[in-house]
Design a protein around this ligand. Structure first.
Ligand code: DQA
Length: 155
């Protein structure tokens, strides 16, 4: 079974109350419900977590890598600052999709640069909670393809 760890960084626990004009009215629990629904239809196992602490996110990325799971990460502001998260993604070899609720490229210039994008398979941003579902679908496809490539040929 394909397993995906959906990791959420700082301030995402405030979702629904935090700058609703930017991030909408859905809470993180609402987003988790949507993710679990989608995962059920894909047949994917989900671990869903949030922390305001960089080291927790590092531990969880390492854990996903050690378990052969994929990662969908909304690293919040750590996206733009954290070499530790970048190194965790690169070092754990967990296939990772970076996601954001908002279109970070349409916002302040400090949000235009991601330290984790270069070590991620790809980036999805700007679709609100749908970014999570698109991220899950993307990592699922990547992991299915990689598993097929890894299978020995029958010819
Ligand atoms: C965010 C965008 C980041 O720039 C910001 O720091 C966040 C949320 C998003 O989901 O749009 O905390 O990751």
């Amino acid at each position: 079974m394909i397993n995906v760890h959906v990791l959420n960084g700082p301030n995402l626990n405030l979702l629904g109350r935090r700058e609703p004009d930017v991030y909408g009215r859905m809470t993180l629990a609402d987003v988790e419900r949507l993710v679990r629904e989608k995962a059920g239809s894909l047949g994917v196992g989900i671990t869903f977590r949030q922390s305001n602490h960089e080291g927790h996110l590092v531990d969880w990325i390492q854990e996903a890598g050690a378990q052969g799971a994929g990662v969908v990460i909304n690293a919040g502001a750590y996206t733009h600052t954290s070499i530790a998260l970048r190194d965790a993604i690169a070092g754990s070899a967990a296939p990772t999709v970076e996601i954001h609720l908002s279109n970070v490229h349409a916002r302040e210039s400090f949000r235009h640069h991601s330290l984790i994008a270069p070590v991620s398979v790809g980036v999805i941003c700007g679709f609100g909670p749908m970014s999570y579902l698109l991220g899950l679908e993307a990592i699922h496809r990547v992991m299915v393809e990689r598993a097929q490539e890894a299978k020995p040929s029958t010819h």
